[in-house]
Write a protein that binds this ligand. Sequence first.
Ligand code: PXP
Length: 236
Amino acid sequence: MKLGVNIDHIATLRQARKIDYPDTIEAMKICEKAGCDSIVCHLREDRRHIQDKDVFRLKEEITTKFNLEMCIAKKIVDIACKVCPDMVTLVPEKRKELTTEGGLDVISQKHEIKDVITRLSEKNIQVSLFIDPEKDIIEASKGIGAEIIEIHTGEYANALTREEKNYQLQRISGSIDLAISLGLEVNAGHGLNYENVSEIAEFSQINELNIGHSIIAYALFYGLENAVKKMKSLIS
Ligand code: PXP
């Protein structure tokens, strides 16, 4: 199972002072040296952390795989078409949210999302849809031509009781089986940390886990290279 490291919060720390450090390129290089399989960042419309210059520089320097998270707004899609990352993960975006809340509404936005998939595919960019573990949404994703999905693990991560966690694990498990049976590649992420990642990593059909906040938080005390290595060893 692969590990994609989301480096948004390196930029969060930098943007707190609007200066030029800590540098996302330096962070990316340490993550790659520590054995991550891809680098993920989210270019938000409000530019609260990652900036346009980050994505253009990352595109030049990443040697593993560049997975750009973004919403379907035209201006952002235009930027993605200029940057040409290896992969785009489409996510919903709300201005006031602390972090991505919930998956894409693939059912009511199917035409808009399909158009974006077409535009990005024309640039040879792989497209993944960040979705909740729901049968209808997985089928709708397949229906509009998605080849990859990322299952939102946030509800599992936020579950307070063992019972609720088991329920969420069952939802995720059923969703993975359905997606694989439809020929979709399955990634997963959101809210995963050193405590809870093993239960998700037991689903061996998952191709890649995308993890950000917990790795950067651990890195503050123990270093980024150690943080990535520890997560990588937990999931593999
Ligand atoms: N996957 C997606 C689609 C996300 O939006 C995020 C958060 O940016 C993550 C994974 C990583 O989530 P976390 O920072 O909670 O590990």
